[in-house]
Design a protein around this ligand. Structure first.
Ligand code: BES
Ligand code: ZN
Length: 950
């Protein structure tokens, strides 16, 4: 099939003009069957069918496209059979909103493709989903129009084949398509987002979300990341609506025959992938500034809420010059808009020049937003703006390399926030938010390598997970540390310059970083991206005169215990070693490139501790000999170990216990050593692990005892902090107070519960409004220990809330309620009109995580309402999140079987791997419980009888 194609050095390549595609090495990588087409002209022209509708339309014109696809995907028949595609370079597309069946204030326009037929053909294959083509024709330049006579939809593959009665000869021409699409309610493709006006009227905005494979729902196109084109977009919209797209407006004129409608024309985009095209039509206010480097930045908010855009505006205006300097490549567009969308499935989407966000990822109210929301907005803005370079300017070759986009952006968002808000100590938070999360998932047998072969859209959806994001970010952090910032930046600049407006694969990045650093980057990194999992480094030490001799060995770390089997995978592990003499600096750095290694540390006194993995940067876990561990523990208590090292040590021990390598009681003892801990993130990680343990022990009859333990661990810090901020406190104190009071309140700490009730009452009565940072912990505490009246009050507060942040805050804690009837009420509420479709997941997840009964009730609810839930998310990543949150807490073997059986009869293709991971986790929980429950119980009882002296 591939031989039908001309190879990349075919004559038409010259027509790719200045945009020489990145083709080097690709065909080699793909075993010689790479398909490449470019240049030529097709125009798809859509004429407006019904211009007297009150709605609007938009038009998009794509120009200069390039095409490539990988052979393995083609063989599976999932992708465009490009051998049938004549190739195209410039496309014009018109969609008409009058064609969109659903109600909409805005209508879209049809696409026009200018392309060149490179090889005689009488068929054209394009991506197309939920679109009816009315007519299609091809007009060869200077010749007569040829009307397509057949449209053969391959719905499963989301493609259409246009058949022509005569052969389209090589040359340029215009492909015109007249079609009807659906403005859907699925939060993907071109969809409706519902909002309520300040006067209470329900209205809709028309919004796009194309990543990964949904541009094809808005217009027929060649919808693959390596098929880049320019787009000239016009929108015909009601004249009182805001119309936005990737580029700035270049013309706005009355629309013939309808005085209520205007045609808005946008400047031509740079060469870009279809998944980054965007348009929005609706009612919005905005705030605006110009960044230091001259880019016009706007934040669009719901009407009347422009003030809430100011925080994100400031962050964005600081971030653009930061990235410009870091990459040494300017932002290429004249403007960037950041817009808050009411109904939005992901957190945010990096459409080039028009970044879309959930309201809670963009809007900050000076009084009603809490510190963690501010931090989240800063991270999300930092993440999406990084994609403007890394992803938009240079795009992954195929979704296999999605991690390049997401892993990199998930790393650099921290660098950017650290630059804008050094007081957030954000890199420590990286470790508890991304690094440990990635290790937890990657220790499963059902994990996957960072680079994973994908074809069908459901497989693509599936990899937007913690491996691509958090493991991706973690290995980039490790690499950055290994290379050093100067060479890393140099390599990044080479990569972005060399591949700008083109596509790249993982090895292209390695090549640039290798060039910049002179280090064996590809050899090291292939061990991290091409194989799943990560190593456990076992270390023991021996004092030899003035030196310390360390013996290191590596073996794959598995959540179920030590790796058994012959050919254990190996990694090239950059390892750092520090000692108590200078806990913040590495005494030695080595690259462990063998299964075992001996290392001599010169001049280490016998009483000094030695620790691996300074800063918890290396993506591995460490198991120390008991003597080494024993010597490290005082460093926790006296805080001489740096915070991120204390965190890492505790987290390693916890996961070793879960894997059965050490006993859980040992970890409980270590947790008690955190009595003097001042650091928010260290507490946050500890709290998270204790939460996992509490959930596990909710399967036993000594759940109350672990709550006592939690109270004991958290009360000293709770007392030190108190309820009200002290002068001079900052961001991290606010986060810590919320965390600790929430933990104590949830565990039923009497004084905390009483104070929470008192403050809640004052809040509800309007006597003293709770500060935003205290709301979550107070709501959680009163609900968990409250009754039906408390739940009713919370639901009333939810109804009255003007900010989505407050609604979400309430939605997330509703599941803490304990009585079966109230739990049922919360579940019903989750699917009601009161909860936005994307937020249903966190309400149900909250119920599952809230209590033992909640867990069972949530699972039953999902089974009973499966059809509705599945249809709501249409296989997107939200269904995976829902399943994970709802079933992962079970700890009985038979539940793994039940979950598996349910999904065998109710398939959710994009969640398949998540379901396997959940079943694996259930079995791991069950094994853990069987193994350690009794000894934990004994320890807790004995502790109660003779409490440890602090
Ligand atoms: N490119 C993604 C958006 C996306 C996610 C599209 C999933 C399709 C499927 C975007 O850059 C992103 O990563 N968003 C994150 C937020 C980010 C701060 C981690 C998200 O939506 O969760
Ligand atoms: Zn991203």
């Amino acid at each position: 099939m591939a031989d039908h194609l001309e190879s990349s050095d075919g004559p038409t390549l010259e027509l790719s003009l200045q945009r020489t595609r990145h083709t080097t090495g690709m065909s080699d990588r793909q075993g010689g069957s790479l398909l490449l087409m470019e240049a030529g002209v097709f125009v798809l022209q859509r004429w407006v069918q019904n211009s007297n509708t009150a709605l609007s339309l938009c038009s998009a014109l794509m120009e200069r496209a390039f095409f490539s696809a990988s052979a393995d995907v083609l063989q599976r028949g999932i992708l465009l059979p490009s051998f049938e595609l004549p190739g195209y370079s410039s496309n014009q597309i018109f969609l008409s909103p009058s064609c969109y069946r659903a109600l909409t204030p805005a209508i879209m326009c049809p696409p026009c493709f200018d392309s060149q037929v490179r090889q005689a053909t009488n068929q054209i294959v394009m991506n197309c989903a939920d679109i009816d083509i009315i007519t299609a024709s091809y007009v060869p330049e200077g010749d007569e129009e040829i009307h397509a006579t057949g449209f053969n939809y391959q719905n499963e593959d989301e493609k259409v084949t246009l058949s022509f009665p005569s052969t389209l000869q090589p040359g340029t021409g215009t492909l015109k398509i007249d079609f009807v699409g659906e403005l859907n309610d699925k939060m993907k493709g071109f969809y409706r987002s519902k909002y309520t006006t300040p006067s209470g009227e329900v209205r809709y905005a028309a919004v796009t979300q194309f990543e990964a494979t949904d541009a094809r729902r808005a217009f027929p196109c060649w919808d693959e990341p390596a098929i880049k084109a320019t787009f000239d977009i016009s929108l015909v919209v009601p004249k009182d609506r805001v119309a936005l797209s990737n580029m700035n407006v270049i013309d706005r004129k009355p629309y013939p025959d309808d005085e209520n409608v205007v045609e808005v024309k946008f400047a031509r985009t740079p060469v870009m992938s279809t998944y980054l095209v965007a348009f929005v039509v609706g009612e919005y206010d905005f705030v605006e500034t110009r960044s230091k480097d001259g880019v016009c930045v706007r934040v669009y908010t719901p009407v009347g809420k422009a003030e809430q855009g100011k925080f994100a505006l400031e962050v964005a205006a600081k971030t653009l010059p930061f990235y410009k300097d870091y990459f040494n490549v300017p932002y290429p567009l004249p403007k960037i808009d950041l817009i808050a969308i009411a109904d939005f499935a992901a957190g945010a989407m990096e459409n080039w020049g028009l970044v879309t966000y959930r309201e809670t990822a963009l809007l900050i109210d000076s009084k009603n937003s809490c510190s963690s929301s501010r931090q989240w907005v800063a991270l999300v803005v930092g993440h999406e703006l990084a994609h403007q370079w890394f992803g938009n300017l240079v795009t992954m070759e195929w979704w296999t390399h999605l991690w390049l986009n997401e892993g990199f952006a998930s790393w650099i968002e921290y660098l950017c926030v650290d630059h804008c808000f050094p007081e957030y100590d954000i890199w420590t938070q990286f470790v508890s938010a991304d690094y440990t999360r990635a290790q937890e998932l990657d220790a499963l047998d059902n994990s996957h390598p960072i680079e994973v072969s994908v074809g069908h859209p459901s497989e693509v959806d599936e990899i937007f997970d913690a491996i691509s994001y958090s493991k991706g970010a973690s290995v980039i952090r490790m690499l950055h540390d290994y290379i050093g910032d100067t060479d890393f930046k140099k390599g990044m600049n080479m990569y972005l310059t060399k591949f700008q407006q083109k596509n790249a694969a993982t090895e292209d990045l390695w090549e640039c970083l290798e060039g910049a650093s002179g280090k064996p980057i590809a050899a090291v990194m292939n061990t991290w991206t091409k194989q799943m999992g990560f190593p456990l480094i076992y270390v023991e030490a021996e004092q030899v005169e003035n030196d310390r001799l360390l013996k290191l060995s590596q073996r794959k770390f598995c959540a179920s215990g030590p790796y058994v089997g012959e050919d254990c995978p190996q990694w090239m592990v950059p390892i750092t070693i520090s000692t108590s003499e200078d806990p913040n600096h590495a005494k030695l750095k080595i690259l462990m490139d063998k299964p075992e290694m001996n290392v001599v540390l010169k001049n280490v006194k016998p009483d000094q501790w030695v620790k691996l993995n300074l800063g918890t940067v290396g993506f591995y876990r460490t198991q120390y000999s008991s003597a080494m561990l024993e010597s490290l523990l005082p460093g926790i208590r006296d805080l001489s170990l740096p915070p991120v090292d204390r965190l890492g040590l505790q987290n390693d021990l916890f996961s070793l216990a879960r894997a059965g390598i050490i006993s859980t009681v040992e970890v409980l003892k270590v947790m008690e050593a955190f009595v003097n801990e001042p650091n928010y993130t260290v507490w946050s990680d500890l709290s998270c692990n204790l939460g996992i343990l509490s959930t596990l022990l909710s399967h036993t009859d000594f759940y109350e005892e672990i709550q006592e333990f939690v109270k004991d661990v958290f009360s000293p810090i709770g007392e030190r902090l108190g309820w009200d901020p002290k002068p001079g406190e900052g961001h991290l104190d606010a986060l810590l107070r919320g965390l600790v009071l929430g933990k104590l309140g949830k565990a039923g700490h009497k004084a905390t519960l009483e104070e929470a009730r008192r403050r809640f009452k004052d809040h509800v009565e309007g006597k003293q409004i709770l500060s935003a940072d205290l709301r979550s912990p107070v709501y959680l505490t009163v609900l968990k220990h409250g009754d039906g009246t408390t739940l009713d009050i919370m639901i009333k507060l939810h109804k009255q809330a003007d900010m989505q942040e407050e609604k979400n805050r309430i939605e997330r804690v509703l599941g803490a309620t304990l009585s079966p009837e109230l739990i049922q009420k919360v579940l019903t509420f989750a699917l009601s009109e009161e909860v936005r479709p994307q937020d249903t997941v966190s309400v149900i997840g909250g119920v599952a995580g809230g209590s033992k009964h909640g867990r069972k009730a949530a699972w039953k609810f999902i089974k009973d309402n499966w059809e509705e839930l599945y249809n709501r998310y249409q296989g997107g990543f939200l269904i995976s999140r829902l399943i994970k949150l709802s079933v992962e807490g079970f700890a009985v073997d038979k539940m793994a079987g039940e979950v598996k059986a349910f999904f065998e009869s109710h398939p959710a293709p994009s969640a398949e791997r998540t379901i396997q991971q959940c079943c694996e986790n259930i079995l791991l929980n069950a094994a853990w419980l069987k193994r350690d429950a009794e000894s934990i119980h004994q320890y807790l009882l004995q502790r109660k009888a003779s409490p440890p002296t602090v």
